[in-house]
Each structure stands twice: as C-alpha cells, then as structure tokens.
Design a protein around this ligand. Structure first.
Ligand code: PLP
Length: 362
C-alpha cells in the first residue's frame, strides 16, 4: 500500500560502516547511533544492535528505547536516553536505560532512588551548554557545574559517566575546535578537582563529525552521537554528504490519484491556504499537474526531493501534494508511483505518520 517509506537496510548498514570508519578509526571516538529519526524502527534497530562498530544505542524517548533495550544489551551495547528525563518517567529510565543525559539535580536524585530500588547503579552524562541554548548547565557558570558534580558524586546509586554537549539544534551553533575545547577543558578541571576519571566526553551530533575529517576535533572528545549522518548521510554543520554514505537509504513513495492540465495560477481572490498561510504562486502557464495521495499529515513538503529531477513540488495540504510533471521525460499517468528522498523533517514526519506504511529492502 502507498504511501510507503522504503527502508533500504543494506544502504543503512553501509552508511553505518562509513560513519563508523570516520568516528572510530579516524576520530578515535566511541560510536553512539541515534534511532529517533526513524522512530526506532524495529528492523533498523535490529541491524544497529547487530553491528560490531556500535557502542551505544540512543533515543530521545524511553518508549522507543524500551522496544530494543533487550536486543541492544544482549549485543553488548549500552542504551542511552538523550532527552533530559521527565520526573514522571524515572522508573522506566532506571530500568531500560544504561546512560541518561541530565542537567537537573532534582531529577538525578529521583533516578538515584529508582536505581536503589532496582539494586543498580545508573550512569548519567551531565549536559553542558556551550551556547546553543537548549539543554545543559551554561558553561560559564562553573560554580554551578562543580556544585552539581559534587552532589552527583555523593549519590550512591548514580555514576557520573561523563559530560557532553549538544549543538546545532536550537541555536544552530556550529561545533568548532574552539567551542568544543571549552568542553574538554571543563572535563579536565572536573577530573582534577574531584580526582575522578570521566569515561565519556561526548562532543555532539551529526554536526560534529565533519571536524574529524578536518583533523579539528579536540583530543579530549571521545564520543559522537550520530542520527542524521547515519540515516541520511548528512554532515549537518555545512550540509555536505559524508564520504561513503548515500542519501537514498530512505525513500518515500506515493501514488498519483489525479493528473490534469490546468493553469498554474489559482483563479479568484487569494485568501489563506489550509494552514492559514498566504501562498505565493508562480505563473508557469498551463501545466501538467499531478496530485499524489500523501500530504502534510504524513510528511514535510519542504523536506523532500523528487528522485525524478524534472518534477517540481508546487505545494500541498493535509492529504495531497501537487506536483508539476510538465517537464519530466516520463509520461506519468494515474496510478504511477512517484519517489522522493527525504530531509530530516520529512523523514521524521514520514516515520511518525500512522498513514505511511514501511517496506524493507534487505
Ligand atoms: C537528536 C540528538 C542527537 C542526534 O542528532 P543528529 O543530528 O540526528 O545526529 C544527538 N544528541 C542529542 C542530545 C539529540 O537530541
């Protein structure tokens, strides 16, 4: 059935090989693969859990981690929760997650209690904000960082596994040698002040991997967390393709339900579209317009590219996307399938939509 998301597991695996080579061999970092972009799809998770180079399997939602925690642990991978836990979910975090990212002592105290109940020690990574202004203790506030570390170290069922940073998410700040060096310097200070060894200094997501190729990843960084670069092959700092990866491991396919020659400019007074936006229309004269049965409820129309480069996406509404197929070499007809590669937003919505089926290439 269409619309469907075709997940090419062989291509994903070779993307994983490629990012593993950069991260582990060249970057001397441990590899954390992030599964949230594909909603922790079970087939993908199985492949990742079985891959030798993967050290950690991470997601932002405990609900997703639950689905593969057994499989990951059986294969010697640690499970990781990326989003700062809700007070509400600490019991599940202690149970299914081996390492959680944290920035709030009240939550860490609750995790300590839950870990005690289970008779285990829960690992946490303390998040430091280097200026992107999403999660983490602000790096300039060293007093607060040290106070927090001190209390964490006093908790019996919590282990301070390391510190980490997230960039290029809210503030769109690009990781560089200089800002990441603030993290490694801080790690050294913590180790010296408290006479401890931090197992992990995690230097960011798919926007940090380009630094390996340039030889600019600071020496103290020993972990990278990769979602988009594995799933879509993207370096997300500058939008380049990473060597050895492909961008079509995930393809959205949708079926044409109407094909008509009509004008390109709507007729009548222009108000707002289905989403309250005032649209802009380009006059292309009379064109061949194809409607495909997929819409904004299923995907992000600004985050998908027709594989047939001569097709243009004109726009869409909840359940329809309208294409200009005038220039295509192919004579499209109703019932034909049109395929698209996806950007991050398109991938996320497509993987989340209950209306998009999945098909696998194994
Ligand atoms: C989503 C997320 C990642 C992965 O980001 P990508 O850009 O997909 O590699 C890494 N770390 C944190 C904290 C995240 O929330």
């Amino acid at each position: 059935m269409y619309p469907r998301l075709v997940v090419d597991l062989k291509k994903l695996e070779s993307n994983l090989d490629a990012v593993a080579k950069i991260t582990k061999e060249e970057g001397k970092c441990s590899l954390m693969i992030v599964t949230k972009g594909l909603c922790a799809d079970a087939e993908m998770a199985k492949m990742v859990a079985g891959h030798k180079a993967v050290d950690f399997m991470a997601d932002s939602r405990v609900m997703n981690i639950k689905t593969y925690a057994d499989e990951a642990r059986k294969n010697g991978k640690k499970t990781v929760l990326l989003r700062i836990p809700m007070h509400d979910e600490v019991a599940d975090v202690a149970k299914y997650v081996d390492l959680s990212f944290n920035s709030e002592l009240s939550t860490i105290r609750l995790l300590n209690e839950e870990a005690k109940k289970l008779g285990l020690v829960h690992n946490i990574l303390l998040m430091i904000d280097l200026g992107d202004l999403r999660e983490g203790i602000f790096y300039q506030n060293e007093d607060l960082i040290f106070e927090t570390v001190e209390e964490i170290l006093s908790l019996e069922n919590i282990n301070l596994y390391g510190i980490g940073v997230n960039l290029t998410c809210y503030g769109a700040i690009i990781p560089k040698n200089d800002n990441l060096s603030n993290l490694t310097a801080l790690a050294a200070k913590i180790e010296e002040k408290f006479n401890i060894k931090l197992e992990m200094v995690s230097g960011g997501n798919s926007s940090s991997i380009y630094l390996v190729g340039k030889g600019e990843l600071p020496a103290g960084i020993n972990n990278l967390r990769l979602g988009e670069s594995f799933l879509l092959g993207n370096d997300t700092a500058y939008g380049e393709k990473l060597p050895g990866t492909v961008g079509d491991a995930l393809v959205l396919e949708a079926q044409i339900v109407e094909l008509k020659e009509k004008p390109s400019l709507p007729i009548g007074e222009v108000g707002v579209d289905a989403f309250g936006q005032k649209p802009y229309y380009e006059d292309r004269g009379i064109i061949k317009r194809a409607i495909i049965a997929v819409g904004k409820q299923d995907t992000d129309i600004d985050s998908m590219e027709p594989i047939d480069e001569k097709i243009d996406i004109l726009g869409g509404s909840s359940d329809h996307i309208i294409l200009d197929v005038t220039k295509s070499d192919k004579e499209y007809k109703v019932g034909d399938v049109v395929a698209f590669t996806l950007g991050y937003g398109g991938m996320l919505k497509t993987a989340t939509s209950a209306y998009v089926e999945k098909a696998y290439v194994k």
